[in-house]
Write a protein that binds this ligand. Structure first.
Ligand code: ATP
Ligand SMILES: Nc1nc2c(ncn2[C@@H]2O[C@H](COP(=O)(O)O)[C@@H](O)[C@H]2O)c(=O)[nH]1
Length: 199
């Protein structure tokens, strides 16, 4: 049975006593992290999802404050300089970051906090939160990954190419994380994530 250890980090020990837990879902773009996360949150409303900040333009239907906080690059850089992010990275031409204060507050109040982030950010979290549970989602094949990104119909051709190039390096890093789950059958992948978090 897997034990999810409490938060403990040298960087944040004083501001974040070991009460809550941090869970990181990572993996290449298009693998299904967001879809899995949505189902996970529906089934387990006690989880706290950290809404990220990004400089990417909203996709049709995306809502500011729900899907992301959408801001411009100079504001993002200002927030970086002010230390407002727990982690941040540049991905396919845009910045993405996890707001520090909200996450720390939720952990302090004993919540299970879930992040859905790309590889560089997940590495930063692993470095500063060694007891976080990190889950890497893999595609059944690279061809299927490309099919899913294209099938989503949300990204420009240039963005798709950048995401697929990056996906190769991301997949190669899967073993750095605590658990690897192949998202082939969706329900099985979801069940594996639930087992990792709750059992
Ligand atoms: N197990 C699965 N089988 C087939 N299609 C899937 C599966 N899981 C997710 N998908 C589909 O793959 C597409 C990409 O999924 P999603 O947007 O959740 O990926 P993502 O990893 O969150 O991408 P990004 O990191 O770019 O946000 C969606 O159209 C989704 O419906
Ligand atoms: N390092 C971070 N990565 C993040 C964050 N929020 C989302 N992401 C990841 O970015 C890519 C692209 O996302 P998309 O919405 O443009 O498709 C994807 O892998 C996300 O998981 C974050 O706060 N930090």
């Amino acid at each position: 049975m897997m034990q999810v250890l409490p938060i403990q980090t040298s960087a944040t020990t004083t501001e974040c006593p070991p009460t809550g837990k941090l869970i990181v879902l990572t993996g290449p773009s298009g693998v299904g992290k967001g879809t899995l996360m949505r189902s996970l949150l529906q089934r387990h409303p006690q989880l706290y999802y950290s809404v990220s900040v990004t400089t990417r333009s909203p996709r049709p239907g995306e809502i500011d404050g729900k899907n992301y906080y959408f801001i411009n690059r100079s504001k993002f850089e200002q927030l970086v300089a002010q230390g407002e992010f727990l982690e941040w990275a540049e991905f396919a031409g845009n910045y993405y970051g996890t707001p520090r204060e909200t996450v720390v507050n939720q952990i302090q109040s004993g919540k299970l906090v879930v992040l859905e982030i790309e590889l560089e950010g997940a590495r930063q979290i692993r470095a500063s939160f060694p007891n976080a549970l990190s889950i890497f989602i893999l595609p059944p094949s690279f061809e299927e990954l490309e099919k899913r990104i294209r099938g989503r119909g949300q990204d420009s051709e240039e963005s798709i190419s950048r995401r697929l190039v990056r996906a190769k390096a991301e997949i190669a890093a899967a073993d750095e994380f605590d658990i690897q789950i192949v998202n082939d059958d969706f329900e099985m992948a979801l069940a594996a994530i639930e087992a990792a978090i709750f059992e």
